[in-house]
Write a protein that binds this ligand. Structure first.
Ligand code: FES
Length: 170
């Protein structure tokens, strides 16, 4: 039986059934007393379930489910750039500005995106369509400069290519 060390109301109901099943698959990869090892996957899963961002209640639900102190879950969620603690646009554009991308023109990429979308890095368009975010190396340096939207990487970016990519999104 699960040990509830958390005070107050249970938040477990916030984790949808499909998400719970997916989290369970991650938990199963680790020894029984190490379910906390699934925390990164669990946060990604509930973030997806919630339209791309994490509420405190959702993080509490993950902590409860993985039987770990909420503060440890908050620490993971604030440390890694793939987690969002505020609502994001339908498409989150993660622009790499690390060294290889910088040398290959990420500044131009950012400038073009900011101009086209009318927002700065870290902001979301008023229509809720796009969020622009600066991230560290995504390991796709051979195609620098690059960005990630959803699960897709786009490399060798030029202003023209960026326009094509954005035009094709809903
Ligand atoms: S520096 Fe941009 S992907 Fe590595």
């Amino acid at each position: 039986m699960m040990l509830h060390r958390h005070r107050g109301e249970s938040k477990l109901h916030l984790i949808e059934e499909a998400s719970r099943q997916e989290i369970d698959r991650w938990i199963a990869k680790y020894p029984a007393d190490r379910r906390q090892a699934a925390v990164m996957a669990a946060l990604r899963i509930v973030q997806d379930q919630n339209g791309g961002w994490l509420t405190t209640d959702l993080m509490d639900a993950v902590a409860e489910y993985l039987e770990m102190p909420p503060i440890e879950v908050y620490e993971v969620a604030t440390f890694y750039s793939m987690y969002e603690l505020e609502p994001v646009g339908r498409h989150k554009i993660c622009v790499c500005t690390n060294i290889s991308c910088m040398l290959c023109g990420s500044e131009e990429v950012v400038a073009h995106l900011e101009k086209r979308l009318g927002i700065r890095l870290g902001e979301t368009t008023p229509d809720g369509r796009f969020t622009l975010k600066e991230v560290e190396c995504l390991g796709a340096c051979v195609e620098a400069p690059m960005f990630q939207i959803g699960n897709t990487y786009y490399g060798n970016l030029t202003p023209e290519r960026i326009d094509e990519i954005l035009d094709a999104l809903d």
